[in-house]
Design a protein around this ligand. Sequence first.
Ligand code: PAF
Length: 278
Amino acid sequence: MEVIETIDALRKARARFGQLGLVPTMGYLHEGHLSLVRLARADCTATAASIFVNPTQFSPHEDLSRYPRDLERDLSLLRAEGVDLVFVPSVAEMYPEDFATYVEVGGVTEMLEGAARPVHFRGVATIVCKLFTIIQPDRAYFGQKDAQQTIVVRKMARDLNLPVEVVVGPTVREPDGLAMSSRNAYLTSEQREAAPVLYQALTTTQRRYANGERDGEALRATLRDVLASEPLAEPEYVSAADPLTLRELDIIGSNGVLLSLAVRIGLTRLIDNILIET
Ligand code: PAF
């Protein structure tokens, strides 16, 4: 496995590989990331990962400085999965002092995570666009847990005609349903016990849909009601939205529905979703 820190060296190494699958990450890897690596390995002749905690996708009051990091552990996990190439650039390598160009995706960035975290998707689209341009993967793998991110990245790749196929892998969960996330590491044991309420809210609402409920507000109310049963959970938003446009739905129609939520448990902000297709 080659571990590469500079753009020049990455471009030279890239030339030695044919069809390449990329798993972009911010490190502190868990089974969710590794499941994407396995998808890439099964699909492509070579696999790359990037590890970069991207400062432009964090607002000033967010958790950039305390974001968990463990590069040595990450590299040994990627080595064990048979990854060929790992790109671990510095902040100065990706954002030199005179850096001044950002990618802004309209429409689907306005709501949900975009409304709650104003600079977030500009940062994500910019870094993912740079990674695609530098690494030139044929396919790139993202987790369904960040549902809006997958929609934003797909739109960005299509609008900018980037020759990358965006592949979305399923959310990987702990046995009690909590979606795997690097941020779960922030939870105290009491908060960790409360955290599965996100998945309980989603699955209870999914059952209401399965029983015939098609009213968007009724589904959102179910999400809220289940979250209200956990005193440590402070909901930021709940949503029953069109899976393509992310607009809140009055009535669920033929596109199905993306149920999603963001919840604070103590200082930690967790997100999760279930996509119901028809
Ligand atoms: O999902 C993440 O870890 C990040 O948003 C990504 C896609 C690696 C961009 O920094």
